[in-house]
Design a protein around this ligand. Structure first.
Ligand SMILES: [Fe+2]
Ligand SMILES: [Fe+2]
Length: 328
């Protein structure tokens, strides 16, 4: 299906069973992690300012250029507001991923020391990412000049997520880490045409460099946790994953309302009800595609879920398709 907003092919879950998950090893993940050595100050700071004459997010993530009620300047401002919300949303999810990983280190102990090392490295990198997103958000606030509201506080959202089973939260984390790959590979790596802000491109690239290890560790974490559970507990974890996705979906819808309110200030006009409705429809689908569908339909996420529970896989596929068809 070609979506009219993006011009991109929507990823549909295949009907046939998907291939088996490749076997990841802690030693190869550790080796790959050791090759990455960037620091937050390498990506953002006084000598690396954001360029507010450019878009921050690729059109395949922000979906602002097709909004007919906005001028091109107003579309650019909305794109930058989306850039700011991207920083906050990722900073927010990292705040429940970090305790999940720290808990898992305690759970596995030191029996397989390479696993312990790999998860500790994962936790250290996620805390660096929280700092990365905060530093970018500070640079945004300084340069944009207008206050943009975001959902939260992150602690409240993390508390809601973390009250679910560890396997349910691990599945959400797996979804998010593979989604990060799509944000880089689909929208930056193979996209040389859009004149985007260099620092944001760098953020997406460097974040994915480390998420590539995290996604493989999440896969191992999910397999490890599931091994100790019976079928009923696994289905309950799928329930948890779905409950968290639905909760995040409601949060994204709220974020759309906040983005529209934030937009009215720098564009210095009040949007009509018709204009607001057009933006709401386009942006709700945009957030769902970028943050929910892209994770739920990532082939590696699908493989892991199908291995865990074919019935759970079918339920998640059905919800992804509901999101895919809910635009407009
Ligand atoms: Fe991260
Ligand atoms: Fe991560």
């Amino acid at each position: 299906m070609i979506h009219p907003l993006s011009g991109a092919t929507l990823n549909r879950l295949p009907d046939a069973s998907v291939p088996a998950i490749p076997k990841y090893s802690y030693s190869s993940i550790l080796n790959d992690a050791a090759k990455i050595s960037w620091q937050v100050q390498d990506l953002i700071g006084d000598d690396r300012p954001l360029d507010f004459s450019k878009a921050f997010l690729p059109e395949t993530i922000a979906h602002t250029q097709g909004i007919s009620c906005l001028t091109s300047d107003e579309q650019l401002i909305l794109n930058q507001i989306r850039g700011n919300s991207y920083l906050h949303l990722f900073g927010l999810v990292e705040e429940f991923i970090l305790p999940l990983v720290v808990n898992h280190v305690q759970f596995i102990g030191c029996e397989t020391i390479e696993a312990t090392q790999a998860y500790l490295c994962f936790a250290q990198e996620e805390s660096k990412h929280i700092n990365l997103f905060r530093q970018f958000a500070t640079a945004f606030a300084r340069g944009f000049g207008f206050r943009c509201e975001v959902i939260g506080p992150p602690r409240t959202i993390a508390d809601f997520v973390l009250q679910h089973s560890q396997l349910g939260v691990a599945l959400v984390t797996l979804h998010i880490e593979w989604m990060t790959q799509r944000h880089f590979l689909d929208s930056i790596h193979s996209n040389q045409d859009e004149p985007l802000d260099r620092q944001f491109c760098s953020l997406l690239k460097h974040h994915w460099q480390e998420e590539a290890q995290h996604a493989r560790l999440d896969t191992l974490m999910v397999q490890d946790l599931a091994q100790k559970l019976d079928d009923v507990a696994i289905e309950s974890a799928i329930d948890d994953y779905i409950a968290i996705v639905q909760y995040l979906n409601e949060g994204l819808k709220t974020q759309v309302q906040l983005d529209i309110a934030s937009l009215e200030i720098p564009i210095a006009r009040t949007l009509t009800a018709t204009e607001t409705e057009e933006i709401r429809q386009v942006q709700e689908f945009s957030y769902q595609k970028g943050f929910l569908i892209s994770g739920m339909t990532h082939p590696n996420f699908m493989q892991t879920v199908q291995e865990l529970s074919p019935a759970g896989y079918a339920r998640i596929a059905a919800i992804a398709n509901t999101f895919s068809s809910s635009d407009g």
